[in-house]
Design a protein. Structure first.
Lengths: 264, 387
């Protein structure tokens, strides 16, 4: 919160000017120090259900994460591959859980759908033996208007297969689309998000709601890539991915902590 | 739709139906304006069914009354021809809305920096192959998000034209309709869509709701009440069931609530309730609601004549004009909420939207939009009970 300078003796026009100046200042880096963890993402979006798989991995030497998703896992407007949220997640999470190391593998790509991801998971699941799967999906389905019931079926079947092989040793987190006014206006995103939540709840997976978090950042004028001036786009995209990785780290650690309480 | 004034043989127009239809049309405007906070207060947040079910059921109800009369007076050919004409009107309206949609997407894309991120948004069929998309839209095989109700309506009207003579034999009509519904659900029969999968609303399944509406519209209200009488115990049970559905849906959608997470089997069950094929739970939900509402709102409820409810009655009577205006306005609402989505913008979009819908209904009723093909002049439908 910014504290307004108190100047009761100032004449009215000066006061108005001061007020205008104060209002014109957009919350920027100065605010960053005061904001909560995960770049100020709403607390409830970073609360996870127990993650026994991650918790078990933390007792050993490495945490294996498999990321599968569409374009944002591979770039999505960032300055480099290193700046994407999966790579940032690896770095940020590794720093938090050292000496345990983080092995993170990314699959998928631009335009891939849940069905493509399910094939990847069927192939790579037994090979990578991940403790945590982060499955980012829904944007391509929503943008193309693909059948949402089929998407939900694919997700549930894929997770059931994984459960059959890996049981409690793998936690699954679904990640919904990035918030975008454009996407919101032109695709029935809410319906796809409803189906993602239902599929997560039906298959014992969790939802990390990137949509809600990014909408919060847009509404609080913290990060708004859609309205960023051309010259700042790369920087804003990098910060966005970094912040998403930070919020996701909080989410995963929360789940792992609950996983411990769960086991004790 | 198109209710020609019949002789007094038929019962007086049930303005509760018009009121509910007006309400459904308003909900459709709201839910077709993404980002509209009022969307959280519509039917679909608390029930398996939403405004689409209500709209289709009541469209059947109105069509049963209107085309039934034409059939009785002028025969199948005349009534069928009129239905085909109606389909043509709906088709033209749909294509017009499609053009508005394309223009709105183009405008939004230019106004927002979506090019910089969300790479996947370029994957929308219109962006990739505009000429092909236009052709597919004309063939009704490409239905962009939120432009899926009119195509359903067109095909259902076509089916109705074929089945028209059966409206004198409601048992046959319902039997055939249920059979088609069952075959559709069992076999996955649907119309193809360009983007993959079937239509967003499978007309072969949704026709059942329309047919039920037709039969209800044709039935004698007194006999209907006798067949489905009020029963307090059943009503309480129905209320509890609907409440349980509302709680279950919200627990699954909105995650752990007061520390209670929805069990997996419950979410699994909800995950089977599809909208495209009008899952039996959705059908049951809308019929149960219909039964409750039909008994809870008296036929001659005085409050329906107060100005605001009367405005909704009027909207319901000018169905097509208000529906199309609603979709058109939702595009404008989208653009407005894209630019600014604060409380004031929300209030303005909703207030102006509703005012415009009411105005469209008033104008349409005034020049006789919904009843312009009337062979003789009827009473203006705005004055409440009209025969």
């Amino acid at each position: 919160m910014r504290v307004m300078p108190r100047a009761p003796w100032l004449p009215l026009p000066a006061l108005a000017a001061l007020l205008a100046a104060a209002l014109a200042v957009t919350p920027g880096p100065a605010l960053a120090q005061a904001e909560g963890p995960g770049c100020g993402a709403p607390a409830e979006t970073m609360e996870a259900a127990p993650m026994p798989g991650v918790f078990a991995a933390l007792a050993h030497t490495e945490l294996r994460i498999l990321v599968v998703g569409s374009a944002s896992t591979q770039g999505g407007g960032t300055s480099s591959q290193e700046a994407t949220w999966p790579e940032r997640l690896q770095a940020i999470l590794a720093a938090r859980i050292a000496p345990v190391s983080v092995q993170l593998k990314v699959f998928g790509g631009r335009g891939t759908t849940a069905a493509d991801h399910a094939k990847i998971l069927a192939e790579q699941g037994p090979r990578v033996r991940p403790h945590l799967i982060i499955w980012q999906l829904g944007t391509v389905e929503a943008a193309r208007g693909l059948p949402m019931e089929e998407m939900a079926e694919v997700v549930q079947a894929a997770i059931a297969r994984l459960r059959a092989i890996r049981g409690e040793r793998t936690d699954v987190v679904l990640m919904d689309p990035q918030f975008s006014r454009f996407l919101r206006s032109n695709a029935d995103v809410e319906a796809y998000r409803d189906w993602l939540r239902v599929s997560a709840a039906a298959s014992g997976a969790q939802m990390f709601s990137r949509w809600v978090i990014m909408r919060h950042w847009v509404e609080t004028e913290r990060l708004d890539l859609e309205r960023a001036p051309r010259a700042r786009r790369l920087a804003v995209a990098d910060e966005l991915h970094d912040c998403l990785a930070k919020a996701l780290t909080e989410f995963i650690l929360d789940g792992a902590l609950r996983g411990r309480r769960h086991q004790n | 739709m198109t209710p020609p004034p019949g002789p007094a043989a038929r019962p007086t127009r049930d303005i509760r139906v018009d009121f509910l239809r007006g309400l459904a049309l308003w909900f459709i405007f709201i839910t077709h304006t993404p980002g509209n906070l009022l969307a959280h207060a519509t039917l679909r947040n608390v029930a398996f069914c939403d405004a689409t079910e209500v709209f289709v059921l009541l469209a059947g109800y109105a069509a049963g009354i209107a085309y039934g009369r034409v059939l009785e007076r002028d025969g199948w050919m005349a009534a069928g021809a009129r239905l085909v004409g109606r389909m043509g009107t709906l088709y033209v309206a749909h294509i017009f809305l499609f053009v508005v949609f394309a223009a709105q997407v183009g405008f939004s894309a230019a106004a927002l920096n979506q090019a910089a991120y969300l790479d996947e948004l370029h994957l929308d069929p219109f962006g990739q192959e505009p000429y092909r998309a236009l052709l597919e839209a004309l063939l009704l095989r490409y239905q962009p998000a939120f432009l899926d109700i009119l195509p359903l309506y067109i095909v259902v009207m076509g089916l109705f034209a074929l089945a028209l003579p059966l409206i004198r034999r409601p048992a046959w009509l319902l039997g055939l309709s249920v059979a088609l519904y069952a075959v559709t659900r069992a076999s996955g029969l649907t119309l193809p869509s360009w983007t993959g999968g079937g239509w967003f609303f499978n007309p072969f399944a949704w026709q059942l709701l329309f047919a039920i509406g037709v039969v209800l519209g044709r039935a004698d209200p007194v006999a209907l009440v006798r067949r489905f009488p009020w029963n307090r115990a059943v009503a309480v049970l129905a209320g509890l069931l609907l409440l349980a559905c509302a709680v279950a849906l919200n627990m699954v959608w909105h995650g752990p609530w007061l520390g209670l997470a929805a069990p997996e089997w419950l979410a699994g069950a909800i995950a089977t309730v599809d909208k495209a094929g009008l899952h039996p739970a959705r059908l049951a939900s809308v019929l149960l609601l219909g039964w409750l509402v039909a008994h809870l709102i008296p036929r001659q409820a005085a409050w329906l004549n107060h100005p605001l409810p009367a405005a909704f009655v009027n909207m319901g009577q000018q169905g097509l004009a208000v529906f199309c205006a609603g979709i058109f306005l939702s595009f404008l609402g989208r653009l407005a909420l894209e630019t600014e989505s604060g409380a004031l913008a929300q209030l303005l979009v909703n207030a102006l939207g509703l005012a415009a819908l009411i105005a469209v209904a008033v104008v349409s009723a005034w020049y006789g939009g919904e009843s312009k093909r009337k062979p003789q002049t009827g009473l203006p439908p705005a004055h409440g009970v009209v025969s």
